[in-house]
Design a protein around this ligand. Structure first.
Ligand SMILES: Nc1ncnc2c1ncn2[C@@H]1O[C@H](COP(=O)(O)OP(=O)(O)OP(=O)(O)O)[C@@H](O)[C@H]1O
Ligand SMILES: [Mg+2]
Length: 335
């Protein structure tokens, strides 16, 4: 039997990537044209996978590509170091990469080491101390893509994933500095992707590019495949799907119970209403009476807390449960 083709919980490799054809074409074309794209959706809708695939396609189109996850850095300077390192690493010849660093970032005195394994370039900026130094460094690093594109005579495409994390660095000034630098880089396409609820809020009302929940589909399909295979069968039906779903719910029992216990009573009520009413009209007198919820402002506060906790996400005029397995659990196991 072949390997399980359903991948979940990570950025899907090229071989497991399905659909999203229109989105992929559009994103790749935009990036190659040097556009700046914001890609925002609730968690696990497939942003990172789409972006990764678009970068592959841009690379085939001749662009140099860079992919950085903003949220993995613990400080602004660490992010700038990591970002600069990724940018310079598009030059695979280390001697040339070093020359670039000297030529392009000499003003901020980078310290360069090649790690012991011999392949990786390590980069730090020990002379950066004050906030002013940091701003200057940011200016240099954010200008780097334009300079590299020019030096190489190539287009570049840059993905900054989990971009909302940038807000934690130096307040809003980073976003501003980056925006200012990026505008002048005609040869460089950018995609800023993320899932911060507040970013989502700002984007409400725009047409959303994503419709389904690929993660949930993939997870269930993956587990069903494994169960079917374990039974030595080659086909599975709807009944089998339900058996697999039941097994998954059982395995998550402790986790989900923990999440449920941590909620206040008001939040539990609001969550149950969101699950059973498919997230609609939760503030209406009718729904509040049916689920014995208190005043609209209390329900509103509970919903806001559930969104902050990443249990619910706002989608247009409704609330959806982020984890569909948890939604099923709430529907079956709570009262
Ligand atoms: N095009 C796709 N083909 C197949 N599976 C997909 C696709 N896109 C997403 N998935 C499924 O959804 C899961 C989550 O995808 P991905 O990590 O790209 O989402 P995300 O929006 O970046 O999530 P997060 O907001 O948590 O970073 C994948 O592990 C995979 O199971
Ligand atoms: Mg992601």
């Amino acid at each position: 039997m072949p390997q399980n083709p359903f991948v979940y919980g990570e950025v899907v490799p090229a071989a497991a990537f399905v659909d999203r054809e229109a989105e992929l074409d559009r994103l790749s074309a935009d990036l190659l044209a040097g556009q700046k794209v914001f890609l925002i959706s609730p968690r696990r809708y497939g942003k990172s996978s789409l972006v990764r695939q678009a970068l592959r396609s841009a690379a085939r189109g001749g662009a140099l590509t860079v992919d950085v996850t903003v949220s993995s850095y613990s400080s602004y300077v660490a992010f700038l170091e990591g970002y600069a390192r990724s940018l310079v690493s598009v030059e695979t010849r280390l001697d040339r990469a070093r020359t670039w660093l000297r030529d392009l970032l000499g003003a901020v005195r980078p310290e360069v080491r090649i790690d012991d394994a011999g392949g990786r370039l390590e980069l730090s900026f020990p002379s950066i101390r004050t906030d002013r130094d940091v701003s200057r460094l940011a200016g240099e690093v954010f200008a780097l893509p334009g300079r590299i594109a020019e030096a190489r005579g190539r287009r570049m495409t840059i993905a900054l994933d989990e971009f909302q994390a940038i807000g934690a660095f130096n307040g809003g000034s980073v976003e501003h500095a980056l925006r200012a630098a990026v505008q002048h880089q005609r040869q460089v396409g950018y995609v800023f992707s993320g899932s911060e609820p507040s970013l989502m809020e700002r984007m409400l009302g725009r047409s959303r590019p994503f419709y389904n929940l690929p993660y949930d589909v993939q997870r269930l399909a993956h587990e069903l495949w494994d169960d079917t295979r374990a039974d030595g069968r080659r086909t599975a039906g709807l009944e089998d799907l339900h058996v697999t779903l039941k097994r998954l719910l059982g395995e998550h029992q402790t986790l989900f119970e923990g999440t449920w216990q941590r909620l206040t009573l008001a939040q539990r009520g609001a969550l149950r209403a969101a699950v059973l009413e498919e997230g609609r009209e939760l503030l209406s007198a009718d729904v509040r009476a049916r689920y014995r919820l208190s005043g609209a402002s209390t329900v509103q506060a509970s919903l806001a807390a559930l969104v902050r906790e990443d249990v619910l996400a706002r989608e247009g005029d409704r609330y959806v449960v982020v984890d569909s397995l948890f939604r099923e659990w709430v529907a079956r196991q709570t009262f």
